[in-house]
Design a protein around this ligand. Structure first.
Ligand code: RB5
Length: 146
């Protein structure tokens, strides 16, 4: 999978895991762009999730990682954007399937419910699994509303 630049977004509840994600990306020499937030001060996840989605739409980054406490709010926000397929993953097997079947372009993780080791295994699968294509192309093409 062509990784390109990876956009990052979190709220305060995802900030700590986002810091760990940056360590992971540095270790793997994967370039990233951080759309915030930039501290653990309470904030609103849509403010940063929309910036990440817009970054992909503008071509500033090619894939993304979004994190909030549960992953739900960031996931709901990202998936409002027509060309975003954000997959909420709490286990590596789900990350593998959302790449194979959904061609997810953003990985969403629940910062308050997984540890760093699990996040690392999830990212390993997400960034090293190809879209299977075939019948799944027809299905993902049916996701956007006209
Ligand atoms: C923040 O308290 C929390 O609501 C947020 O991180 C997220 O879990 C929302 O979906």
């Amino acid at each position: 999978m062509e990784k390109g630049i990876i956009g990052l977004a979190s709220d305060h509840a995802g900030y700590a895991l986002k810091q760990y994600v940056k360590e992971y990306l540095d270790r793997h020499q994967m370039p990233y762009r951080d759309y915030g937030c930039f501290s653990e001060e309470s904030c609103d996840y849509p403010d940063f999730a929309h910036q990440l989605a817009e970054g992909i739409e503008k071509g500033e980054c090619q894939q993304g990682i979004g994190i909030c406490g549960t992953g739900e709010g960031v996931s709901m926000t990202l998936n409002k954007h027509a060309n975003i397929r954000a997959g909420l993953c709490w286990a590596p097997e789900i990350a593998e399937m959302t790449r194979k079947h959904n061609d997810a372009n953003i990985l969403v993780m629940p910062g308050r419910f997984i540890d760093n080791e699990t996040a690392e295994a999830i990212m390993d699968k997400f960034f090293n699994t190809e879209f299977e294509g075939g019948r799944h192309i027809r299905r993902i093409n049916k996701i956007p509303l006209p």
